[in-house]
Design a protein around this ligand. Structure first.
Ligand code: CTP
Ligand code: MG
Length: 180
């Protein structure tokens, strides 16, 4: 069925979706790169902070636990079972999302893009790739069961749409400096 595929894929990705938004809300303070530059450009820039990264990882991991708590009643209501997160999968989704975002930032600086510049596709999928790859390593059987090829396809189409939408909202509410 299409609905359980889409809802299940969305549910399974929630611990990876929330970290970026939590980092926007909780970010600030000391940048991860400590201001260091390489060949005249920042390694990461002021947009990647320790506090934002930690807040993001904690938010995504805690969310996985909360989602497990409401899984039973919600699955009953929907009439199909939503994925349950083993702790290591929830943490891997959150950590992977933040690492993917940081790696993309590193790439952006090497390409000469300033902090906050938009790099379509990379901006929307960096955290997805990070989250899926790390989770595939950390929780391989759960990953294979949850992220079937069809579910991965749904994630790759759905995520950019959600990402563009939530970032535009964060910009409108003055939480983010750019609408991407
Ligand atoms: N943020 C943070 N730590 C992170 C990721 C994000 O503190 N690891 C916060 C920063 O305040 C950042 C904001 O969230 O400015 C938006 O994140 P993002 O768009 O990913 O960063 P950019 O400022 O666009 O920087 P970059 O160009 O390096 O991606
Ligand atoms: Mg940005």
């Amino acid at each position: 069925m299409v609905l359980d595929l889409v809802v299940g894929a969305f549910w399974a990705m929630l611990p990876a979706y929330v970290p970026n938004n939590a980092a926007v809300l909780g970010g600030g303070g000391r940048p991860i790169d400590g201001g260091r530059t390489w060949r005249g450009r920042r390694l990461l820039g002021d947009g990647k902070t320790w506090r934002g990264t930690i807040v993001g990882v904690v938010a995504g991991s805690v969310l996985a636990v909360v989602l497990n708590l409401v899984n039973g009643p919600l699955s009953t209501l929907l009439g199909f079972s939503l994925p349950v997160f083993p702790l290591r999968a929830g943490v891997a989704l959150a950590v992977g999302a933040m690492v993917g975002d940081v790696v993309a930032s590193l790439l952006k600086r090497r390409l000469g893009r300033e902090r906050g510049s938009a790099v379509p596709v990379l901006d929307q999928l960096d955290f997805v790739v990070g989250a899926l790859v790390l989770t595939a390593f950390v929780a391989p059987s759960w990953f294979a069961q949850t992220f079937t090829p069809a579910a991965v396809g749904v994630v790759l189409v759905m995520t950019p749409l959600l990402h563009v939408g939530t970032n535009a909202l964060a910009f409108l509410f003055g939480l983010k400096n750019e609408p991407w």
